[in-house]
Design a protein around this ligand. Structure first.
Ligand SMILES: Cc1ncc(COP(=O)(O)O)c(C=O)c1O
Length: 382
């Protein structure tokens, strides 16, 4: 028996239709997207376009041409930041970013003298959006926030931050890695200019899929150049979306799988998924709180977080707990810094890391019961 509690890394299992659609594309379509005029190439193009439409529906965006496919949210964030920020520019970000944002900004700081202002948050990872206004400078070119912390689970005040960004005409980029598909995102109401998504986490799609949804043409300078299947005589990358940000052969089978996953989510409804994950988080927090030597981090309130819970057990190193849970009990959790060092600075765990469980739509209360029983047994021996 095995129990998977590492959905923040990648979701597992996926709905059956996702694998079926990947297989169907490989077996029965199998041709390059947007490159040929034969029937099958048209069909491949339709599948990709359908996925663009479904993502628009999910995120309330009106133009499928503004959905740009890439291999994951890391690539999407890097291309968006590098395509907006110029040398000497200023960027405002949260204090709990994943390295997908943080390292990208730090490298631009080192190599191109950009300035970074992290917005302070409290020890639960909660940010006061009003702080953002005071950090804006004449050279502020971007505000970039993760939607939910992959260490603490804390949901960030995206709508309020987006409103401030819009009021000041500064592009607002959101990293939706931990929320897309599992928490409502409305690009219009949330004032999001650029939404970066990854297909394989709460969107329930295949690895190797992700991208951006971009509000307007011209917001991001192209960072890649190559074949797009159109305007081939032009020596430069086209300026229109999505071609200005897409170059090279598509992950057709992955995008077919992602389309099936988004269709599944729309069928279940994001709200139903959110409700189930919130209930499971509530249950897990209550059960873990009953264990004496467990130190919990984060808001501790399921309404303010996604299904990501970090903790430490007594003074046992996090990696030892994760190893014992896997080896003895078949429970898969993550231990360490979770690629987000700044979040660990907030909670003082930069030396030891944390044990992280992350719940998905297909987990059940009994998975948490087994985790808690295993932790009790481990604790009884120390
Ligand atoms: C908040 C956040 N941003 C970015 C990423 C990177 O995701 P990917 O590896 O799919 O690019 C992750 C993954 O752990 C994440 O949790």
């Amino acid at each position: 028996m095995s129990i998977y509690l590492d959905n923040a890394a990648t979701s597992y299992p996926k709905p059956d239709l996702v694998a079926d659609s990947v297989y169907h594309f490989m077996k029965h379509i199998g041709v390059s997207v947007g490159r040929g005029s034969y029937n099958r190439a048209q069909k491949a193009g339709e599948i990709v376009y359908e996925t663009r439409k479904l993502l628009c529906q999910l995120f309330n965006h009106s133009n499928p041409e503004h959905v740009v496919f890439m291999s994951n949210v890391t690539e999407a964030i890097n291309l968006a930041i590098r395509g907006i920020v110029t040398p000497g520019g200023h960027v405002i970000t949260s204090s709990i970013e994943h390295n997908a944002v943080w390292r990208c900004l730090k490298m631009l700081e080192r190599d191109y003298s950009i300035q970074i202002s992290p917005v302070l948050c409290d020890s639960s990872g909660t940010t006061d959006p009003e702080t953002i206004q005071g950090l804006i400078r004449p050279n502020t070119q971007l505000i970039v926030f993760t939607h939910a912390s992959n260490v603490l689970g804390t949901i960030q005040p995206i709508r309020q931050s987006g409103t401030i960004a819009r009021r000041n005409s500064i592009p607002f980029l959101v990293d939706s890695a931990q929320t897309a598909g599992a928490y409502p995102i409305d690009m219009q109401a949330d004032c999001i200019d650029i939404l970066a998504f990854t297909g394989h986490k709460s969107l329930l799609g295949p690895m190797g899929t992700g991208g951006l949804v971009v509000k307007d043409e011209g917001m991001i300078r192209p960072q890649k150049a190559g074949g797009t299947g159109r305007d081939s005589f032009s020596p430069y990358q086209p300026e229109y979306l999505p071609d200005c940000l897409e170059a090279g052969t598509f992950n057709g089978s992955g995008i077919a799988g992602l389309g099936a996953a988004v269709k599944y989510i729309l069928g279940e409804t994001v709200q139903a998924i959110r409700n189930k994950e919130q209930q499971l988080t509530d249950y897990a927090l209550k059960q873990l709180k009953c264990l004496d030597k467990v130190i919990l981090y984060g808001p501790g309130n399921p309404e303010k977080m996604v299904g990501v819970i970090s903790f430490n057990v007594s003074n046992i190193p996090a990696v030892e707990i994760a190893y014992a849970l896997d080896e003895v009990y078949g429970i898969m959790v993550r231990a360490g810094l979770h690629c987000a060092p700044t979040a660990h600075r907030i909670i003082g765990t930069e030396q030891v890391g944390t044990v992280r469980i992350s719940l998905g739509y297909f987990n059940q209360e009994k998975d948490i019961d087994l985790l808690v029983a295993a932790l009790s047994e481990i604790l009884s021996k120390v």
